[in-house]
Design a protein around this ligand. Sequence first.
Ligand SMILES: CC(C)(COP(=O)(O)OP(=O)(O)OC[C@H]1O[C@@H](n2cnc3c(N)ncnc32)[C@H](O)[C@@H]1OP(=O)(O)O)[C@@H](O)C(=O)NCCC(=O)NCCS
Length: 162
Amino acid sequence: MTNEISLREVRTEDLPVLFEQQLDPEATRMAAFPPRAREEFMAHWAKAIAEETTILKTIVFREKVAGNIVYWEWSGERRVGYWLGKDYWGKGIASAALARFLGQVKIRPLYARVAKKNGASIRVLRKCSFRISSEDTFYGLDSKPGSEFIMILEAQGLDENK
Ligand SMILES: CC(C)(COP(=O)(O)OP(=O)(O)OC[C@H]1O[C@@H](n2cnc3c(N)ncnc32)[C@H](O)[C@@H]1OP(=O)(O)O)[C@@H](O)C(=O)NCCC(=O)NCCS
């Protein structure tokens, strides 16, 4: 299974698929992250692609665009984030993609912010040796406040055999 998953650079032609994936209401509820309208989404990705410090990967499963996994810096915090299309959930793809990404991107410490109610994503991060560092409040869907964990992967935390 994991040999059917690969990561490659995000291509412009992937963006319409990634756009549809981030519109899914169940996904946005889970991540507590509001969907972007098409124009805003395309502008966001164009900026991200142009930004030198980002690392943007498309997750490919059985030759289809399953989602994305990205690295970016925000106010000095070096972060990873990922998003899968709903058709690809529950197959171990996010866990495998994150493990592979961490094998390629050796930046540590690495942070991930995850809504406390997003049990699946917390589990994915834990399996890749992230631990809870602290908590924060975010303003997500409908600008309502929510609670999130700030999770950290420290230099010694990575077991690349996982
Ligand atoms: C979160 C997300 C990335 C998970 O992707 P996935 O490919 O289904 O994840 P995996 O199959 O690799 O692993 C999910 C793990 O969480 C577990 N899980 C699923 N639902 C869970 C829940 N509600 N509570 C706790 N654990 C849960 C699964 O059993 C699995 O663990 P296991 O391998 O030990 O059995 C995917 O659902 C998604 O993209 N959601 C929308 C966007 C999002 O939330 N992004 C992350 C923002 S931080």
